[in-house]
Design a protein around this ligand. Structure first.
Ligand SMILES: Cc1ncc(COP(=O)(O)O)c(C=O)c1O
Length: 417
């Protein structure tokens, strides 16, 4: 029911899907000139090593030994077969999940926080500024900053800051300082877009500070490829050749990219992105150049977007409340290689509770979006009388999201249209 790999089998190189895509991505544009940006434009915000990875066309990028040493604190993560869920659903489908919740921060986010902190440290940076939605990314960067002895300042979306106080405590325990965003409007619930604006403005105003982004960008998806690389090996150990479908929740696209992109060249494997109906970037947004943040400080990215001033309702899956999406994921959806589906949060919590009552683990609200889609796939397999191998990203646990479960169990979830 559970396949683990020894610590020596943490991947030694990241997989870069940019080298394997049929077409080139459109380049990011400078926010003022609207011309393609170069490395110098990004240098005030990111270390050169990450800028190089952002545009690299090498299929494999070596992972530094210092990064592997830290990843080994919890990697390789287990691949688990959700046998009890299968039994409850009476489905012929075989459901496997890659359990990223075992990291110190409780999600997949440290897979990129660790290399980002490392490369900044190596280039002499003393302090990192970042945004966080539900607090998962902020806690991952706070953890990584502590290990590499960097200061960390986190701008936390106000709706989540108010809903999830223990995430703030977690970040502070690792030494970060946390403030609600937007900083200049206490009545605003905030969004990932406003928090990115606050963090970018902070980093741009100080020489000793860089900005760190937990999703969306190419180098983040590169770092997350360890998820899918390990899963491929573990599926072999489980006696599977390839999955029929790979499913992940999608906020900015990093856990989905991590599990799905190592399968992009396997044409029989369906790839599925799952997002909230109240923030339906891939399913109802338009593909165009847009800013990554609300204030228009970041480069313009070619992506699916709901508009950079879109403020999603305060659903519990704070990490999915983003107006845009990764250019890589957007391009795969646009070309038809990846499917996208959206669910309202009531249906998502039905699935989360079914998972908790069969498998035991309590998933993060973001992760529960993937679980909803997995259950629907498994039920469709039953209807069609087909065996199907389903792989999904269990991107994080929900033990610090219990207020969301409290709202669900006591009929207080916001009803979406
Ligand atoms: C547990 C979990 N899953 C998924 C996501 C969505 O982000 P991404 O699309 O970058 O994986 C988040 C974001 O905070 C998260 O915390």
């Amino acid at each position: 029911m559970r396949w683990t790999l020894p610590p020596q089998q943490v991947p030694q190189a990241w997989f870069n899907v940019l080298a394997r895509m049929d077409h080139q991505l459109e380049p990011p544009l400078h926010p003022a000139t609207r011309q393609p940006i170069g490395p110098d434009d990004l240098a005030p915000l990111f270390p050169m090593a990450l800028i190089a990875q952002e545009v690299s066309n090498e299929p494999w990028v070596d992972i530094p030994g210092e990064v592997i040493d830290v990843l080994r604190l919890w990697r390789p993560t287990p691949l688990v077969r959700a046998h009890r869920l299968e039994q409850a659903l009476l489905t012929p489908a075989r459901i496997y999940y890659k359990d990223e919740s075992v990291s110190p921060a409780g999600s997949h986010k440290p897979n990129t926080a660790v290399p980002q902190a490392y490369y900044n440290k190596v280039e002499g940076i003393k302090r990192l500024a970042t945004e966080t939605g539900a607090g998962q990314w902020g806690s991952a960067l706070a953890f990584a900053s502590a290990l590499f002895d960097l200061e960390c300042k986190v701008y936390m979306v106000r709706a989540s800051y108010d809903q999830k106080p223990y995430r703030r405590v977690m970040m502070e325990t690792w030494g970060a300082s946390v403030v609600p965003s937007p900083v200049d409007d206490p009545s605003h619930p905030g969004s990932l877009g406003t928090a990115i604006s606050d963090a970018v403005a902070d980093a741009a105003s100080r020489q000793d500070t860089h900005y760190s982004l937990g999703s969306v960008l190419n180098h983040v998806l590169l770092h997350q490829s360890v998820i899918g690389l390990e899963a491929r090996e573990q599926l072999q150990l489980a006696g599977e050749s390839l999955p029929d479908v790979v499913i992940g929740s999608c906020g900015g696209g990093s856990n989905l990219g991590g599990i799905a992109l190592p399968f992009v060249r396997d044409e029989t494997v369906r790839l599925v992105a799952v997002e909230p109906a109240s923030c339906p970037t891939l399913t109802a947004g338009s593909f165009e150049y847009d800013f990554g943040d609300t204030a228009g400080l970041t480069p313009l990215l070619a992506m699916y977007t709901l508009g950079h001033d879109f403020v999603p309702p305060s659903i519990h899956a704070g990490g999915l409340r983003y107006h845009g999406d990764s250019p890589i994921i957007s391009s795969l959806v646009k070309s038809g290689r990846m499917e996208a589906i959206a669910y309202p949060q009531g249906k998502v919590f039905d699935a989360a509770v079914q998972f908790a009552r069969t498998q035991g683990s309590i998933p993060a609200p973001e992760t529960s979006h993937a679980i909803r889609a997995v259950i629907d796939e498994a039920l469709a397999a039953k209807e069609e009388g087909l065996e199907r191998c389903i792989l999904f990203s269990y991107s994080g646990h929900g033990l610090l999201d219990l207020s969301a479960y409290d709202d669900y169990l006591h009929g207080r979830l916001i009803q979406e249209s």
